[in-house]
Ligand binder design. Sequence first.
Ligand code: ZN
Length: 408
Amino acid sequence: MNATACRGCGRSGLSLVLDLGQMPLANAILAPEDLARPEPRYPLALAYCPACWLVQITETVAPELLFREYTYFSSVSDEFVEHARAIADRLIVARHLGPSSLVVELASNDGYLLQHYAGAGVPVLGIDPARNIAEVATARGVPTLAEFFTRDLADELARSGRTADVVHANNVIAHVPDLNGFVAGIARILKPSGLAVIETPYLRELVERLEFDTIYHEHVFYHSLTALSTVFERAGLGVVDVERIPVHGGSLRVFATRSGAGEPSEAVRSLLAGEAAAGLGNLAYYADFAGRVEALGRELRALLVDLRSQGHTVAAYGAAAKGAVLLNAFGIGPDLISFVADRSPHKQGHLMPGVHIPIVDSEQLVARKPEECLLLAWNFADEIMAQQAEYRRLGGKFIIPGPKLTLV
Ligand code: ZN
């Protein structure tokens, strides 16, 4: 489905910001036998609404294709679970939560967050469309509905008296094409005194740190506080507080209540003023970003072509979605990169989406000693270079693509 009108305010006249071309689904790594079948590709382009500042991609892929068998288990990351425990402990005290309260989480994954409330005796309800993950959560004591959260589901819950003191929605509000329906659903299940806590990657971090490779079909929206506030107001919610947190390359944690139930904090006023001053309401801000992405693509390709012409073998590291975006957006295929090393046994023996570079185990970096290795997971540059110290000791060099192309 191609959006010609803004998914937030409904006005036409979206401005195209950055066109990343025809892109396969960034998480859809291929088995060798998949090469015999056509690989679906969808346009991937970023647009900006001059009326409400909402940044969004133009083409929506059906959520059923993306989220029904999700393979990312939140509890795999210790840091993530600790981050979840901290906010749960804090809100149990601040909101006086107890046995007669209810905490609901949308996109609750494997129960990594709600388990902390449940453990403190606070009733919980998880909602997550990935059936395999919902089963895991329910088994660990976090009752979970395997459904997409919609306005209709919210109605059903509210009518059966299941309204919430706290609603969490972490890393999901960027994924749902029906943004207005989703937020109206939150308002519907919130008690009059309830609090919604929403975490989502922050647009300013994306633009300023050149994290263009987090743009892919699973992420429909790239939120600023200004644009989100407008969406919330439309649903009868008001933003009362905000924090910047170091999750997923830099995120916002937004606190909202029913309109009129609270006043915006100083942090809210100052972040909104900062967005206006940085130019988030001007197309020039986004045009500058697009120019920097295109320049990086030209520079990186030129470097790889040059290394290959010197007879070097160049590998890459990190077969995650963002790597697939970078390789496809810049047209970097097996002619320039011999293999992608990755620690996940589930990915080894497969091929990168679109460009079809083979994925091998990370030991191959030391075994095959390519002269250079392009770091696709450059958000974890320090961690990976520490793990792969042996490769560097043997003379291997890492190419770090962003935010500025460097060879170390
Ligand atoms: Zn709009």
